[in-house]
Every structure is written in C-alpha cells, then in structure tokens.
Design a protein around this ligand. Sequence first.
Ligand code: ASP
Ligand code: MG
Length: 424
Amino acid sequence: MAKTFVFKFGGASIKDANSIINLSKILHNRLRNHTVIVVSAMGKTTNALEVIISKKMDMKEYSSNITILKNYHLDICQTIFPENHPIFPTLENQFLKLSNALDYSLSKENYDEFYDSIICFGELVASRIVHEYLCLKNIFCLWQDARDLIETNEDFRFAKVNWEKSKKNIKKQLLPKLEQFPVLTQGFISGAASGKTTTLGREGSDFTAAILAACLGAASVTIWKDVPGVLNADPKRFEKTVKFDELDYREAAELTYYGASVIHPKTIKPLANQNIPLFVKSFLDPDAAGTKIHGVKQPNTVPCIVVKDQQILVSFKVTDFTFISEAHLHQIYGELEKLKLRVNLLQTSAISISLVMDNQIFKLEKLTEKLKAVYEIKYNSGLQLLTIKNHNAALVKEILGEQPLLLEQITRATFQAVIQPSAQ
Ligand code: ASP
Ligand code: MG
C-alpha cells in the first residue's frame, strides 16, 4: 500500500487571503492521493470564540463579536472566491449554526461541554474555506469531519483519545477516500461516542496530525509554521536563535513540556512510538529543510530557552505544625488530578508545597475550596516560568539580569525560575 503523508497547517498559515493562496501553492506540487491535510482555525479565531464564550458566561452582549468574526472570514472569501461561489451560503450556514449553538444555556457545570460545542466552529469554517479554495484551484481533495474519525471520552476541552475506536474509524472512513483523493480535515476537534463534540486541548491540531499519522502508519508528518523550524528559543522574545536541523524525539518532547509552543506537547509520543519522522517547516520558505524530529543518537548540547506565560504560583502551607510528607503530596496531587490541573514545577520545604501551574481560575477556586481546611493557601498570578536546558552561568545571568526570582530550581541539565514579568 502507498505511504501516507500528513500535512498540518496552523492558524498563522491561513490567517488571510494571501496565506491561503500561499498554502495552495505549497500543496500544488506536493500533493498526492495519500495525503491528509489538517487545518486549524484561521488566525486568532479560536481566541475570538473564547471571548464570545466568556461574554456569554458573564451574560454580556456578544453579537458584535460574531459580526466581526463573520466579516473576517467573509472578507477573505470575497478576496479569493468569485462572486456566487457556494462558499458564501456555506459560510452563512456555519455562522447560523454557531448562533444557534450559542443560544443553549450555559452554566459553570456545563461550561467545558458548551465551550467545545462553540470552539469547534473555528476549525469547521476554516476547513470549508480551504477545501473549497483548493478545489477552485484544481487541487481536488475531499472534506472530512474529524469528529467522525477521532473518538474520545467526554473530558471536554482535554478529551482523551480512544485509539482503538479512532483507528477503526480511520480505516473505515479515511483510508478508502485516500485511495482516490487527498483528504482535508480539521485539527483540534474530535467526537465522543455520544456524538458530542470534544476537543484535544488548545493548539491541539498538531496532535490531530500525529493521531492520524499513527493510525495510518504514515511515512511522515509535516507541520508548516511561520518559523524556519524548531529553534532553541522563541524568536519573538530572543534575538539570537539557533535552528536545529534535526532533533531527537525525546528532546523535542521535553522542550514542549517546558512550554515551547512550536509543537503541541502530545504530538511527539504517537510518532516516536512508530518511528514516524516529524518535519517542522516554514510556510514562508517551503523549500528550506526545516527541522527533522526523529530518532537521533547524539544528544543536543545547545542551550534551549523556553518561557511559559500566565503561570500561577500556589503555595500550600500546613497549619497543624506537621512537616510536609508523602501524604500531603498525595492529597494535593489527588485533587489536581481530579481537576485535570497539570503542575509545571514543584518545590517542597519543611512546611509548605509550592506548585507552578497554568492559570485556570475556576479550577483554582475549586482546588482552594477542597484543601483550605488543611492548608493555608496563597497564590500569585501573571508569572512567567523560565526554563533553560543545557544552562550555563553566563547565559542565566544574561537572561535574568538582576531580576528577583520567586522560585528557582536547578539540576545539572536544567535551570528553572519563576519571575514576575512586570519586574523585567
Ligand atoms: N485552533 C485551535 C487553537 O487555536 C487549535 C490549534 O490551533 O491547533 O487552539
Ligand atoms: Mg490555532
């Protein structure tokens, strides 16, 4: 059987009319029958939908936000499609569906489920537009609803993949299509057995590409980005960066764990398990080599700098004059697991436990509620978690200067610090 290739295009690669034209040029010479194209929502659409959801939650008016979002998509379509093209009624239809979905009642209890039922429209609309545009340019491909392929449990917003079921769906629904045509589908969105929409976590389209590739036993995955490949630091934050020509799966996974946003953290594992190479390439310079992530024996020694924003530092202080023990850690981690809160850094002292986590305010309230009888809980928000892999003293000094640190942790390979960014 012919090998399959998976291409993933993120929001930045389809953010405006020119970007979509550019995407079609990239695909023009590279598309074969056995290619799956995964697209996420256009530009900052997902953020815009999040604003609409939170306005709905706060019972504020959001109709102007929908109009702006609709016009954003409409403007792009008016630039790249001829008048009277079927994309225009499709767009109307999608936005009508979005408005209807927003009419459902929303409460704290069904928040995550409601979120997924709304947030999926970014990908649904984008995939319709890109699909129609490719066909218009004689790059024929089929449109596929990813929710019928990737089956998950009902952990809305952070759904867990049912690999067995997904594999079956993909074999049954995707493979026969791929024999005939390339297939275009959405990243990030998935479906539960009940038929409800679920999602794989923000920026999850890379993970979608990896799931499809793993289930298809693909030859490779290519993620098209606005950077030349995987760099040792975010070029938006640091002047001097180094691009990796190749990187070991493990190393790449570690960087994503610390917060490197170039690839979604869950992307690597399914690919590494099957030895499927992952290429990270620039959609601005598609012929350049980019970075190949695969099994590399030689460890990387170049320092890598990762900054994670919007962190909270929560400290739990025991109030009954005992010392911190395994039981305390067990108790706190048990609650964190129930709330699906992930710890990015942990430090313990004689009488307190400090955790650094992504800011999820609802969940923090729930956590405090559960544990306030046992601990005195305090937290600081709006922090940055800095990680330097392969650190050296000069580099740490150069990056931090004299800034005061709220917390610091050093191992032989890794330096981590929590910083209050306003002090920078
Ligand atoms: N559109 C989704 C997000 O912005 C998924 C993705 O971009 O991968 O989070
Ligand atoms: Mg996105």
